[in-house]
Design a protein around this ligand. Structure first.
Ligand SMILES: Cc1ncc(COP(=O)(O)O)c(C=O)c1O
Length: 457
């Protein structure tokens, strides 16, 4: 037995149980998702795809429709074909898509596969600036895709905190992008997909792509609009954030589904097959079948009425937490939140950078992350803010009362800081005592609201 590794895993289990996870891109999976991920499916090579015939209807009909045909390169696929077909069918149903590719190993891989499917080197993509809340994979110069394609960045309106739609239209008309990309990692409003789809429709051959990595669970739960219902052609997502599945990626498309072994014409209608061919063999090798099984379980769970209640509660909890923090004098970007995350300007709130605030929270068992705010002038590792969210603590069953307690804890931490004490840090002894009290309060909440894996025991 490899005691070292299993001891560290046990330590991590304790950390997750005793602390409170406020990073908005993290969550706790169900015991069933965990079980599928730890299964013997990891032993199997399944390069290629199952058959795409008869994927409409119930799970039972999908299993019946599997047939003999597939597009795999190895034998022994009876079980993996059934798993991948169920995963595809459930994802299509959940997100109203014509097709789903469940093989991307991560959100970044999913985005790269879409670029590779649709763009030639040098083609232009209009995406949200990382510094304004976008994601690295949307054209940050340090990424491989930024070396291959020409990314033009749009931002937010500093007064409203919303997307600057006039600017998006102006840039789109000027640069005629091959892709307009809507998606973000630190943005609290609901995008106007119809408005962007109208802009895209004015540019021939412009693919409308939404990276919903952060809010896919809110879309599945019916509390956030689905870009595929509003004229978008492609939606990428991670499966491990609000969607509460295993770590991985997913690509959903509108269009015609055909044999992935055969080349198809370069048209928006053929985007499902262009993307299948771009995922495998274009950018990946064999799929992770244990993770695809866990994705299938996650899509099943996300289709249940209990998941709709969960998604509603995530949004309610965020609203309550944001309102309480605002009342306590916190400065929130965009003035609040319409989804699952909150961005705090810590410099304006209490005179410290986000990294310092993150470390103080860590000492109290509250995990969140330092984050740039729009137009941040500070360095990436000591930005002006922190980002936090409610998906994980809502999975543990916390509600509005606990959000009030959390706001009180965060406010007590802000009270340590120079911005709240005429430029001086609070007395070290007082700080030490309060940190012990806050740690205890956090541990109490952790015990009262166990993680899904603890509940199983
Ligand atoms: C909007 C967005 N897209 C893509 C990704 C990348 O996902 P992954 O870390 O699985 O590659 C993230 C992750 O934070 C994200 O927030």
């Amino acid at each position: 037995m490899d005691e070292k590794i299993f001891q560290i895993i046990a330590d991590e289990e304790r950390r997750q149980s005793e602390g409170l996870e406020l990073i908005p891109s993290e969550n706790y999976v169900s015991p069933q998702v965990l079980k599928a991920m730890g299964s013997v499916l990891t032993n199997k090579y399944s390069e290629g795809y199952p058959s795409f015939e008869n994927l409409d209807g119930t799970d039972a009909q999908v299993l019946k429709g599997a047939g003999e045909e597939n597009y795999r390169y190895y034998g022994g696929q009876d079980n993996t074909d059934r798993i991948e077909r169920l995963a595809i069918a459930r994802a299509r149903r959940l997100f109203h898509a014509d097709h789903a590719n469940v093989q991307p190993h991560s959100g970044a891989q999913a985005n790269n596969a879409v670029y590779n499917a649709w763009l030639k080197p040098g083609d232009t993509v209009l995406g949200m600036d990382l510094a304004q809340g976008g994601h690295l994979t949307h054209g940050a110069p340090v990424t491989q895709s930024a070396q291959i394609y020409n990314f033009i960045a749009y931002g937010t309106n500093p007064e409203t905190g919303d997307l600057d739609y006039d600017e998006i239209e102006r840039l789109a008309m000027e640069h005629k992008p091959k892709i307009i990309l809507v998606g973000y990692s630190a943005f609290m409003k609901i995008p106007d997909f119809d408005r962007i789809a109208k802009i895209g429709a004015k540019i021939p051959g412009c693919l409308l792509m939404a990276d919903m990595a952060h809010v896919a669970g809110l879309i599945a739960g019916g509390v956030h609009p689905n870009p595929l219902d509003h004229g978008f052609h492609v939606m990428t997502t991670t499966t491990h954030k609000t969607l509460r599945g295993p770590r991985g990626g997913l690509i959903l498309t509108k269009g015609v589904v055909s044999n992935p072994l055969k080349k198809v014409g370069h048209s928006i209608e053929n985007i499902p097959t262009l993307i299948d061919r771009s995922v495998f063999p274009g950018t990946q090798g064999g799929p992770l079948m244990h993770v695809i099984a866990a994705k299938a379980v996650c899509f099943y769970e996300a289709g249940l009425p209990s998941f709709r209640r969960y998604a509603r509660q995530v949004v309610n909890n965020t609203k309550v937490l944001a309102a309480e923090l605002k009342d306590a004098g916190f400065v929130l970007i965009g003035g609040g939140s319409e989804n699952h995350l909150i961005l705090i300007d810590t410099i304006k709130t209490c005179g410290v950078d986000g990294k310092t605030f993150e470390k103080l929270c860590d000492r109290c068992g509250l995990t969140l992350n330092a984050n740039a705010i729009p137009n941040d002038t500070r360095k990436r590792f000591s930005p002006s803010g922190v980002r936090l969210g409610t998906p994980a603590i809502t999975t543990r069953g916390m509600g509005e009362n606990e959000m009030r307690m959390l706001a009180t804890c965060l406010n007590a931490i802000a009270d340590f800081c120079p911005g709240r004490n005429n430029g001086e840090w609070q007395d070290v002894d007082i700080m030490g005592k309060v940190i012990v009290e806050l740690r205890e309060a956090v541990r109490y909440l952790g015990k009262k609201f166990p993680t899904p894996t603890e509940k199983k025991d």
